[in-house]
Design a protein around this ligand. Structure first.
Ligand SMILES: C[C@](O)(CO)[C@H](O)COP(=O)(O)O
Length: 246
């Protein structure tokens, strides 16, 4: 494992109003493993367990305890309880972290299990230099701005989709979360920007989707297969080289 890049808060307290299943989407399985576990395991490659916080809903305590019985390597991870909005969940998690002002803290939705190792490293590296960083990705769709009296096409190259992790210096993130809650605060960058700070960005990865609707589970299963094939291709090339290239 590489040295800790900082801290990471993984938000797994959502009730999934857009998913409409009895079991919240972050606990549903992807090839036999809960989505939240897959997301945490991405971070365990870069962080020790004591630098990871997982925010769960209080009513999901039993589910979480069952998960950690099944995956004991997650037991050392400290949990915080979620609030009524994402904003309050992050705030609660920040209360469980005590570190220097300059230390980096990232925030990641549990339902984004496909973030790449490169993106995690890149975002933390840029945040180390600039104070914050957020991964973004080009839209593949043409975009239209809708207003009260009509709508118009906008230049899609100037509009980006925002992904996770969103990483900030501890002091900056804490200041941002001292602000009173506003409904338009959908992510951490919006809060930091509201304080007047510039948000630094870098390229995210296309597969880093947010599993939001039931159909996304099928997309996620497909992506798992895509990764398997990709890895098989790489090991086939390595086997080929080992045999044929001298
Ligand atoms: C943080 C986020 O994933 C960036 O795209 C997004 O804003 C989260 O939105 P949600 O409505 O809380 O799922």
């Amino acid at each position: 494992m590489t040295r800790d890049l900082g801290y990471i808060i993984i938000l797994a307290a959502g009730s999934g109003s857009r998913f409409s299943t009895a079991l919240s989407k972050q606990f549903m399985e992807l090839q036999g493993k809960p989505i939240v576990v897959r997301t945490i395991e991405k971070y365990l490659k870069h962080f020790s367990a004591n630098k990871i916080r997982v925010v769960i809903a209080e009513k999901h305590r039993v589910i979480w305890d069952k998960i950690t019985d099944f995956f004991p390597h997650l037991k050392p991870i400290i949990t915080a309880y979620g609030g009524s909005e994402r904003f309050y969940s992050v705030r609660n998690a920040l209360e469980t972290i005590s570190c220097s002002e300059k230390e980096l803290i990232g925030v990641h939705d549990a339902v984004r299990p496909f973030v790449s190792d490169e993106v995690i490293q890149r975002v933390y590296q840029i945040a180390q230099a600039q104070g914050c960083c957020v991964p973004i990705f080009n839209s593949v769709n043409t975009l239209r701005l809708v207003h009260s009296d009509g709508n118009e096409t906008i230049d899609r190259s100037s509009v980006k989709e925002v992904q996770n992790p969103q990483v900030f210096r501890n002091a900056l993130l804490r200041n941002a979360y001292m602000q009173p809650y506003e409904k338009r605060f959908h992510d951490d960058a919006t809060l930091v920007e509201n304080l007047g700070y510039k948000i630094y960005t870098c390229n995210g990865n296309y597969e880093n989707i947010k599993i939001t609707y039931p159909q996304d589970l099928y997309l996620a299963e497909g992506l798992m297969k895509w990764f398997e094939n990709k890895n098989n291709e790489i090991s086939n090339i390595q086997d080929y080289k080992a045999i044929h290239v001298h």
